[in-house]
Design a protein around this ligand. Structure first.
Ligand code: 2M8
Length: 442
C-alpha cells in the first residue's frame, strides 16, 4: 500500500497491534517466532514505542529488563521466558545457571548489548510529562527507583569493558554488538578456531523465507564456541578476557555509550545526584573522544579495533557513522552527515528508499538480503533520527522520518529490508520495527 492511501492512523493501529501481539505481560518478545524472548536493546526501543500509547507498560518493560541485571552491573542481552523451546541457544545451552553474578530466579544469557536504555528512559519521561497526571508520577518515580541500576550498568561498561580507558568498549562476541554477522567481524571470526562444540540444532532458519538470509552453520559453530569458552570460566569477567578468542573494540557500541551517558547524566542532575552526573559526563567525553579517535582520515568512517590481532578493522558499514550517534566535534559531524547523504549511502542511486543500508552497496562485502551484511534496519534509522534532533539537524531527521514511514507502510514491520527492492526480510511483526514506526509517527 502506498503512503498516500495508508493513513497514519492505520499504520499506528497496526504497529500497536504488533506490540500487543508480542506482549507477554511484563516483557515483549523481540518477534513472535524467531525471537520468543526479551532482548536488551530491542526492549529499549520497544519501550520508546510503548511510551507513545501506554507509559505504564513502557516502564514495566524497562523494569523487567533491569530486574535481570547481573550483580556485576551487566545487563544481559537475552532475558529468557520460561518456555525455552523456541529459540536456540536457550538458557540451558548458554550454561549461565552456574554463573555467580546471575541474580536468583533469572534466566539470562551471559553477554550484553549496546546501552540504549537511558535514551529510552528519557523518551518515557518526555511522553509522561506531556501526558501529566499519573503517567508523570509513575515515570518520575521509576527514574528515582532505577537510576542506580543504570549507573551501575554504565560503570561496569566503563571499567570492565574499557580497562585501559581508551574510550572504546571491548566486546567478546559478535552478538554483543547486535550486528551479529556484519562484515565488521569477518576478520576477527576468521581467527576464531573452534574446539569441540556440542552438537546443535538451530531453530532460526525455520522462521525465515530463505535460510541464506541468516548466518550459516560454520558461523554458528564459532558463535557457540565463544559461548562455551565463557561458560568454561563461569562467565567471570576477568577470566573471560583471558580465555576468549574474540576481543574487539566496538566503535558503534562505544558511540551509544557516549550518547547514553550524557542522557543519564542529565537525568542524574534532575535527581540532584551531581557527583554521579559529573562522572557520567566524563564518561561521555571519554567515549566520544574514543570514537572520534578511530576515524579513518581517508574514508571519513569510524573503525573498530581487533585487540587480539592488534589491527584496525576498516569496512564500509553503517557503524562507521558512530560519531553521529556519539555527538561531538562539529567539523567531524558535518563531514559524516555529508558522507551519509552521499552516493555511497542514503544517496546511492539504486536504493528503493533513501535510508542507510547496513553495508554500503558500493562495498564488495554488500549482500542486499543477508541479515547484517546489507539490509536496512529500521530501528537504526530511528537512532540516527534521534541523534540528529539532539544535534539540531532537523532536516536530516525529517529525511529519515519520511523515508522510514514510506518503507514501513507495507505493514509487515520486518526485521530488515532489502535496500534495493524494498522487500521485507527476516522476521515479520518484529517488535522494535513497530516501535520505530510509532515513534516516527509521534
Ligand atoms: C539478532 O541477534 C540474535 C542473537 O542475539 C540472533 O540472531 O539470534 C540481532 O539482530 C540483534 O541485534 C537483535 O537484538 C536480536 C533480536 O532482535 O536479533
Amino acid at each position: 500500500m502506498s503512503p498516500e492511501t495508508l493513513s497514519t492512523e492505520q499504520l499506528r493501529a497496526s504497529a500497536i497491534e504488533v506490540l500487543r501481539l508480542n506482549d507477554l505481560g511484563t516483557m515483549t518478545t523481540a518477534a513472535p517466532n524467531l525471537y520468543p524472548h526479551m532482548w536488551s536493546w530491542d526492549a529499549a526501543f520497544v519501550a520508546i514505542g510503548l511510551a507513545r500509547f501506554d507509559v505504564p507498560r513502557a516502564i514495566t518493560e524497562l523494569r523487567t529488563l533491569l530486574a535481570a541485571q547481573w550483580t556485576t552491573g551487566m545487563i544481559p542481552h537475552i532475558v529468557f521466558t520460561d518456555d525455552d523451546t523456541g529459540y536456540f541457544p536457550g538458557f540451558e545451552r548458554w550454561g549461565t545457571a552456574g554463573a555467580a553474578a546471575l541474580p536468583a530466579g533469572i534466566k539470562s544469557s551471559g553477554i550484553c548489548q549496546p546501552p540504549v536504555h537511558a535514551i529510552a528512559l528519557l523518551h518515557i519521561l518526555d511522553r509522561a510529562r506531556e501526558n501529566g497526571g499519573s503517567d508523570r508520577e509513575a515515570a518520575e518515580s521509576f527514574l528515582a527507583e532505577s537510576f542506580d541500576g543504570w549507573l551501575a550498568w554504565h560503570r561496569w561498561l566503563a571499567t570492565v569493558r574499557d580497562p585501559d580507558r581508551v574510550g572504546l568498549v571491548e566486546i567478546h562476541h559478535g552478538w554483543e554488538s547486535g550486528f551479529d554477522n556484519s562484515p565488521r567481524w569477518d576478520g576477527p571470526y576468521s581467527r576464531v578456531v573452534p574446539g569441540a562444540v556440542e552438537p546443535f540444532t538451530r531453530r532460526d532458519t525455520q522462521h525465515v523465507t530463505d535460510a541464506s538470509e541468516r548466518p550459516d552453520d560454520e558461523e554458528y559453530t564459532k558463535y557457540l564456541w565463544l559461548v562455551q569458552q565463557m561458560a568454561s570460566v563461569g562467565f567471570e569477567d576477568r577470566a573471560v578476557q583471558e580465555v576468549i578468542g574474540f576481543r574487539v573494540r566496538d566503535v558503534f557500541f562505544s558511540g551509544i555509550l557516549a550518547a547514553s551517558s550524557d542522557v543519564l547524566a542529565g537525568l542524574g542532575e534532575e535527581l540532584g545526584r551531581h557527583d554521579e552526573a559529573a562522572e557520567l559526563r566524563q564518561l561521555a567525553v571519554r567515549f566520544r573522544d574514543g570514537v572520534a579517535s578511530t576515524v579513518d582520515p581517508g574514508t571519513g568512517l569510524a573503525r573498530d579495533y581487533d585487540v587480539l590481532a592488534e589491527e584496525w578493522i576498516s569496512t564500509d558499514t553503517v557503524s562507521g557513522f558512530a560519531p553521529l550517534v556519539a555527538g561531538g566535534d562539529r567539523i567531524l559531524l558535518d563531514r559524516q552527515r555529508q558522507l551519509l547523504r552521499g552516493p555511497q549511502w542514503m544517496g546511492h542511486p539504486d536504493l528503493r528508499f533513501p535510508l542507510p543500508p547496513s553495508t554500503s552497496p558500493t562495498s564488495p562485502a554488500f549482500r542486499p538480503r543477508t541479515y547484517w551484511r546489507g539490509p536496512v534496519w529500521p530501528f537504526l534509522n530511528l537512532l540516527f533520527g534521534w541523534a540528529s534532533m539532539r544535534d539540531g539537524q532537523e532536516a536530516l531527521s525529517s529525511e529519515l522520518r519520511s523515508a522510514s514511514l514510506e518503507q514501513l507502510s507495507d505493514l509487515k514491520f520486518a526485521e530488515y529490508y532489502d535496500p534495493l527492492t524494498g522487500r521485507p526480510l527476516g522476521s515479520f511483526a518484529q517488535a522494535w520495527t513497530a516501535a520505530a514506526a510509532l515513534e516516527w509517527i509521534g
